[in-house]
Design a protein around this ligand. Sequence first.
Ligand code: ATP
Length: 626
Amino acid sequence: MRKNNPKGRGNATQNSCTSIGTRVFATGIRCVEDHTMMQVVQEERRPLRTLIRLLSLSRPDVVPICGAFLFLVAAVISEMHMPSFTGQIIDALNSKFDSNTFASAIFFMGLTSFGGSFSAGCRGGLFMLTISRLTKRVRQCLFSSFVKQDIAFFETTSKGDITTCLSSDASLMSRSLAANVNILLRSLVMTVGIYCFMIQLCWPLALLSALESPITITAEKIYNKYYQGLVSSVKKSIVKSNQVAGESIYHIRAVRSHGAEKVEQKMYNGRLEETHHFKIHRDSVRATYLLFMRLFQLGMRVLILWYGHRMIKSGQMTPGNLVSFILYQMEIGGYVQTLVELHIDLIESLESAEKVFEYMDHKLSVLCGDLAPDQLKGHVTFNNISFSYSTCPDQKALKNVSFEMKPGSVTALVGVSGGGKSTCVALLKHLYEPQSGEILLDGRPLKDYDHKYFHQKVAVVSQEPELFSCSIHNNITYGLDRYSEDVLQTAVKQAHVNSFVHSLKDGYDTEVGERGGLLSGGQKQRIAIARALIRQPQILILDEVTSSLDTESEKMIQNALACFKTQTRLIVAHRLKTIESADQIIVIDKGSVSEKGTHMELMKKKGIYYKLRESRFNEDDPETTC
Ligand SMILES: Nc1ncnc2c1ncn2[C@@H]1O[C@H](COP(=O)(O)OP(=O)(O)OP(=O)(O)O)[C@@H](O)[C@H]1O
């Protein structure tokens, strides 16, 4: 979010000006004024720019928009003709009654009114269609922008902001397109005041006119009940869309690590499509209802005219009274109020649009190339890496970290909590870009590699496997466009997934629940290992995999992990046993590499590693972490 602070900047300029002298001070003030003026002009132009951008987003809907405007013009012209027909009727009433003129005026008035109502319905329908399509398009663009964002973006932007932007802001901004014409659609008919005047003019006619209300209310009630059902279907469908979006955002690391952005996008698009259909059904029901109501009102008007004619003939009413009565009845109350509401609505919509565009324009700091070699050795080099999280830019999480992981070797990262182990892992996963230094994979910087290729070659199994609320099968093949059945079968066998899946009623089609909540920790880990195995990666990151498991599950997981023999492995472990046999152990302390070597070398050295082993890597005390 951009934040302007003209006051602060103004003060700074003013302070410097005062010390130099009055003339310079005056110039300074002018500078500040010019600057403020520029800001004001820019602020004034911003809504216009937003509106123009919003209109350009609607370009694919130019045909329905033009159609909607044509129907709008037709509806307005029809409405404009109504008083003219009313005049003709008065003439017919005033002169010697000419039943032919009267009948033809009634006929044309009915025809025009029907045409006007039909045009208004079509106009409304086309606008609704445009709004719905625009909302869908905005949401697609927005979601596509969200799933591509850096992890740092999700650390600084709240989940609530993201979902609100996707649901309310996206729909509000789309509505702004049609806000100016909505004023013609939203008109309030009949106010208490108008009824008072009508009673004063002719109470029997007012009573007749009042008959309209109970019928309208009853019809409205029946319609509302049905309409609420449709609204609730739309809402439920929106909630489902938000669930899919929410889960993708929540698991953004897994989505990124598995290069599954397109899968998520497809799933979200499917949900949006469903919502779109519900909305079209809801809006067409509404348009039909409005058309019938207008026809009913037309019938009532004809009835009133007929009754008014009788009243005039019997001398209980003058023709002028009847005209006034009809005009009152035709009066639509609350135009000004609607105008004011529309203005507020428009401002609100443009604010939402600005927020949505700000998210869409958010620049990425983690970039990818197109390198995808057929052969990858898995040689990793950390070259003088220094890194701070964007949420704490002044605090260095890593300081000049350098180490090498030879192809097929096992490297263990150890150190006290907060030392920087997970940060090393996150950088190797290419979730962040370091501020200085670079990580090389087979001699090439990570940013040169193709996104999908890279995340297929670098697999991760972490302490909390990120599972999605779909079947076990879909969780294992998550993010893969293609896979061979043989590789899948080998992966599930090696990861010991078979052993528990066979006892489940639906086997591999069993739903795992939200975040894999229907499975145990060990089962989730085995699915995560199968997911890594099926990718046949060259580098495997094991992030504190067995730290929260019981001994039996741990044993099974260790057996499964033993299948990764040829991969370059990076292990972040709490328990000493898992790292004793590592080719090298790297001790990270306060963001720097403090010791490097094999278990034996580091034990001999009697440094930090030795002390950690003595005090914290105590196998008898599984609660202690390092
Ligand atoms: N997302 C984040 N935003 C800001 N600071 C962070 C973030 N993640 C970690 N840090 C900070 O970076 C430093 C290194 O943390 P890191 O998680 O890498 O340590 P660790 O050795 O993995 O710790 P643990 O063993 O407890 O997981 C710590 O000071 C931590 O507070």
